[in-house]
Design a protein around this ligand. Structure first.
Ligand code: ZN
Length: 203
């Protein structure tokens, strides 16, 4: 498997390490870490930095600059480090719900269930309905690939969406696409089909 091309922002990794991410979002970051030695090494360094700072009891915050320095140092990083946390197959998903041929959803509840966490399966060549987002949404592609206005996202890639982004992902013709998605709120749907899907799935 090739290493991912799209990674969480340094601030997201530092929130992951400090425990500031809510469980659904931390789960999607963890899924990316499993296929990304670069971000695993960054997390390990951030954990070491955090530990050192606690030992020093110094009132230093992890500034963006400092994190970027750490990330830069890791570009020459050596051996692979252990994957952190959760694997997708350890997430407590509910039953698979059929939406259309080759398209299904499995929802999971983690933490107190305040956020949506789900696995979306889309068939090869499928174009989703155009939609927007409310609040933050994290996606890690687990299988296959899709293209949208932001680029091509293949297995292992991470994507953070926010309020201002509207898109219509298009799955590669070569095979189905499986995405793990955490979202604060359901998508903004502009089409009748999209509203119907929301009505039956809640996403
Ligand atoms: Zn990464």
């Amino acid at each position: 498997m090739t290493t991912p091309n799209h990674h969480p922002a340094p601030a997201v990794l530092s929130d992951y390490v400090s425990g500031a991410l809510r469980p659904a979002f931390a789960t999607v970051v963890a899924a990316h870490l499993e296929s990304c030695p670069h971000c695993r090494a960054a997390v390990q360094t951030l954990e070491a930095l955090g530990g050192a700072m606690i030992e020093d009891l110094a009132p230093v915050s992890l500034s963006e600059g400092r994190i970027e320095q750490a990330m830069a140092a890791l570009d020459q990083a050596g051996p692979e480090v252990e994957a952190h946390a959760v694997t997708a197959d350890r997430i407590p998903f509910g039953p698979e719900r059929w939406l259309a041929p080759g398209m299904s959803i499995r929802k999971a509840k983690v933490g107190n269930g305040e956020d949506l966490l789900y696995l979306l399966r889309l068939p090869a060549g499928q174009k989703t309905v155009p939609h927007g987002h409310v609040g933050t949404e994290f996606t890690t592609v687990l299988k296959g690939a899709y293209v949208d206005g932001e680029g091509r996202f293949a297995a292992g890639d991470f994507c953070e969406m926010s309020n201002d982004i509207e898109h219509q992902p298009h799955v590669d013709r070569g095979g189905e696409c499986l995405c793990l998605i955490a979202s604060e709120k359901p998508m903004r749907q502009f089409t009748r089909l999209g509203r119907f899907v929301h009505m039956i799935t809640g996403v």
